[in-house]
Write a protein that binds this ligand. Structure first.
Ligand code: ADP
Ligand code: MG
Length: 458
């Protein structure tokens, strides 16, 4: 804006200089022919004192009339440039301008100095009499006052811009604080929910009645309800844990304590009759069996609890080793097993998965009669790992369906009732799901989906 204004000012000034020169050029030729130097000088002098340049901001800094040879005919400063002598420019730049002026054959504007206070605009008008070139009139106007004006305009414009920028960014900061403040708090809150940490949530201070304010109110409500739900869930989980613990304690008391009492009795009897061969033959196998059972129970309990906290990862191919293990378990029996593992070869899964599969397969082998078949399927669906273990065994009666996963629930004479309890705990621990489908006399399918699959190569 300032630069454009400055250019327009300069053009206007140039035109004014030209007008002044032209006003002189009307009378100058006659006076020159008459060699009337005095009236030439007066015309310059009058122009300088009365002309528009005198009162306006355009100061006339120079004016002269030269003849065709460049001799001074009249000059505003006669003492410096006497009449009759060749006009002598002050410096090289002036010399160039002078020769341009002497070469002009039509009215021309010469200008100098860009955006500076030394700049000027000079109107040059050649003088003719009957087509004969007589010389030239030069009137030079200074841009100094214009320059000062433009400079202050520029400063005002700059200061205004700075002021606007400052006020703008101040307003922007205030507005964005008001908007972003609650939003940041909401984001932090949601992130906490994402991490499952509800406890450290503090309500967002609500200030305004606008959308943000309403959003904050709603958000606070949601968060406090979520926190309450979480607390209830924790309470329920806690009481469930206590119930489970109670069952385990009762189970251990029953399954371990009772046989122990019997076993101690046997040992007592043996101690009283150390040489009774018949007694020894009868009681030793009983003691052996009883101790093995207790060992099984303790082992199962320990495996379930130990694996729960393990973060060990295994390659998915390791699962295929269970195939051989289960074939060994089947031994001579007439049971077919169809093994189908199509999960990505380089997938890593939690090591607990092995224990889950092992327990399910063992149950199937234990329960199906001769000629039975077991189907093992494992595959990936997106980021979920699906495991299916099916058998064509007797199925599960509906009245015991919801006891299957209870600790120590068993229908087998020598069962521990801990296999499915361990499976259930491990699946829960991995945030997976487990489902049972069963039809009496037809068979049973255990379906497990585990969410987290770690894709890094083993
Ligand atoms: P255990 O095998 O020591 O009995 P589990 O917890 O592994 O203990 O199993 C609990 C009970 O669930 C079994 O006793 C059995 O009655 C029932 N069960 C488990 N798997 C199957 C199956 N594949 N088909 C039918 N019933 C089953
Ligand atoms: Mg079992």
């Amino acid at each position: 804006m300032v630069v454009q204004d400055w250019k327009r000012f300069q053009n206007d000034l140039g035109e004014k200089a030209l007008l002044l020169s032209e006003s002189i050029s009307i009378t100058a030729p006659k006076a020159m022919l008459r060699k009337d130097y005095w009236s030439l000088y007066l015309s310059l002098k009058n122009m300088a004192s009365k002309g528009p340049g005198a009162r306006s901001e355009h100061e006339i800094i120079d004016a002269m009339i030269l003849d065709a040879e460049g001799l001074v005919q009249a000059h505003l400063h006669p003492a410096k440039h006497p009449i009759g002598l060749v006009f002598s420019p002050d410096n090289e730049a002036e010399k160039a301008i002078s020769s341009q002026a002497m070469g002009a054959r039509t009215p021309t504007v010469l200008s100098s100095g860009g955006f500076s206070q030394d700049g000027f605009q000079e109107g040059v008008v050649p003088l003719f009499s009957d087509q004969k070139y007589l010389g030239v009139v030069r009137v030079r106007l200074s841009v100094v006052s214009l320059f000062e004006k433009a400079k202050s305009t520029a400063v005002i414009v700059l200061l205004s811009i700075l002021l606007f920028v400052f006020i703008g960014s101040l307003l922007g900061t205030i507005v964005s604080r008001r908007v972003v403040g609650p939003l940041t708090a909401i984001t932090h809150g949601l992130e906490a929910v994402g991490r499952g940490e509800m406890t450290d949530f503090s309500p967002i201070p609500v200030k305004e009645g606008d959308e943000i304010g309403r959003l904050s109110v709603t958000f606070n409500q949601i968060m406090s309800e979520l926190a309450e739900k979480k607390m209830l869930e924790e309470e329920i989980a806690m009481s469930e844990k206590l119930v489970a613990l109670g069952r385990i304690t009762a189970g251990v008391a029953h399954e371990v304590n009772n046989p122990l009492a019997g076993l101690l009795n046997c040992i007592d009897t043996l101690r009283q009759h150390p040489n009774d061969k018949e007694l020894i033959d009868r009681y030793l196998p009983v003691i052996d069996q009883g101790l093995h059972r207790i060992k099984d129970i303790v082992h199962n309990l320990l495996v379930g609890l130990k694996n729960e906290d393990s973060d060990e990862m295994i390659n998915i191919q390791q699962v295929d080793k269970l195939h051989d293990l289960i074939l060994a378990e089947i031994g001579e029996r007439d049971i077919k097993i169809y093994w189908n593992n199509t999960a990505d070869r380089d997938t890593c899964i939690p090591g607990k998965t092995e224990q889950i599969i092992c327990n399910l397969l063992k149950n199937a082998v234990e329960i199906i009669p001769e000629n039975g078949t077991i189907d093992f399927n494992m595959y990936q669906e997106g980021r979920r790992l699906v495991i299916k273990v099916s058998d064509n065994g007797p199925g599960v009666a509906s009245n015991i369906r919801n006891q299957l996963f209870d600790p120590f629930f068993t229908t087998k004479p020598n069962g521990t009732g801990l296999g499915l309890w361990v499976v259930y705990r491990l699946v829960q621990n991995m945030q997976g799901i487990i489902e049972v489908e069963s039809e009496l006399g037809k068979g049973t399918t255990f379906l497990i989906e585990l969410p987290v699959i770690n894709r890094q190569a083993a």
